[in-house]
Design a protein around this ligand. Structure first.
Ligand code: ADP
Ligand code: MG
Length: 348
């Protein structure tokens, strides 16, 4: 009959697909040795056995190893079919955190903030020079010297408050990443204004994820997902299909979207991560260096997909400050980057 697979055909097909063909031969003999049983019953027996073999031969989903640690002030999760991935990624992220966290007194950034001048490692040099380039690319909207503003608005110590106009004016005097001086001859970085303080919160996680991905690749690991508090990199594919990343709805309304990714980074900046509300007004942790106030660009959330974590992390924060029109123009200057912008604000 047309369309019906004869049990023998099925067995032949399976025989080509997997090395169990030999195993099936004795069964064929068994079937031949069952002349007393009706043909339908013998066929049924064959189909059942063949299906069992077929299911056994299907490519197996690899076992995924999922590990989570609290690092860089957030949850870092590593998922991979390779059990070594978690340890390798955590070690690398820990190394970057120990260099760049302003909260770790021995880190290079904490020392630089304290002393105003420091000989730094190649990694710190790299991210600081990149951050100065980002300042120019955004006309100062992206500024890693927002440290004094983060302090007076209480975001550094999680003691949120509205500072006085005088405090804001004073803090703004110490801001301007264009004033960071790089002494190439001896790898010394100098903060060009008294009271200047660096805060790499906008890019440290994206950069740390990039370093972790590099370490995974060096170890021969070709499939992993690293999520550092929403800064995500998808290395290779999950098994046979791309990694699927869900994007959170900024106000928790409706369903979140999802996106399939391979060898790409995704970063989100939103006004729902760290914020406080006073008098019905929301004050979030991303500053507009031009005003000294939390950004009021009208953007609620920005999601950027890019080839690397540093670019995605930088762009998402920068666009949050720049707003939709300037933000879309900025993204065009970064090949491979895509952005989704949500806004304007709805009343809280
Ligand atoms: P998250 O760290 O929550 O993922 P972002 O990547 O957008 O979000 O980074 C926000 C952090 O960036 C702030 O907590 C602060 O440390 C820093 N920051 C705030 N305003 C600016 C700014 N205008 N330019 C650069 N960095 C900023
Ligand atoms: Mg960012």
């Amino acid at each position: 009959m047309r369309g019906q697979v004869h049990p023998k055909q099925l067995v032949e097909k399976i025989g080509q697909m997997c090395p169990l063909r030999k195993l099936l031969c004795p069964l064929r003999k068994t079937q031949a040795a069952m002349p007393g049983y009706p043909q339908a019953f013998r066929d049924c027996l064959w189909i059942t056995f063949a299906l069992l073999v077929f299911i056994g031969c299907r490519p197996q989903e690899p076992v995924m190893h999922r590990q989570t640690r609290v690092m860089m002030g957030t949850f870092v999760e590593v998922v991979s079919p390779d059990p070594r991935a978690g340890d390798i990624a955590f070690k690398e992220i820990g190394r970057v955190e120990n260099l760049l966290s302003k909260y770790k007194p021995d880190s290079e950034i904490a020392q630089l903030n304290k002393l105003g001048r420091l000989k730094v490692s190649p990694a710190t040099w790299f991210i600081l020079t990149k951050a100065k380039e980002f300042w120019y690319a955004t006309d100062g909207a992206f500024d890693i010297t927002v440290g004094p503003l983060m302090d007076i608005w209480g975001f550094t110590g999680k003691q949120f408050r509205i500072p006085s106009d005088g405090e804001i004016t004073a803090a703004r005097q110490s801001i301007g990443a264009n004033k960071i001086i790089f002494h190439e001859a001896n790898s010394v970085v100098e903060l060009g204004i008294p009271g200047m303080k660096i805060d790499l919160g906008a890019v440290a996680k994206g950069y740390a994820v990039d370093c972790a991905v590099q370490a995974l690749r060096a170890a021969g690991i070709s499939s992993a997902l690293i999520n550092a508090g929403g800064q995500i990199y998808c290395l290779g594919v999950r098994s046979s299909t791309p990694w699927r990343v869900a994007i959170r709805d900024p106000r928790g309304k409706g369903t979140s979207k999802s996106v399939d990714m391979t060898d790409k980074a995704i970063a989100t900046s939103g006004d729902y991560e760290q914020y406080f509300i006073v008098g019905g007004r929301r004050y979030a942790h991303i500053m507009d260096p031009k005003t000294g106030y939390p950004s009021e660009s009208g953007v609620v959330a920005v999601t950027v997909i890019a080839d690397d974590g540093l670019t995605a992390d930088f762009l998402s924060t920068a666009i949050f400050v720049l707003g939709k029109t300037k933000g879309l123009a900025l993204v065009k200057r970064f090949p491979g980057a895509r952005v989704t912008i949500e806004g304007p604000h709805e009343p809280d």
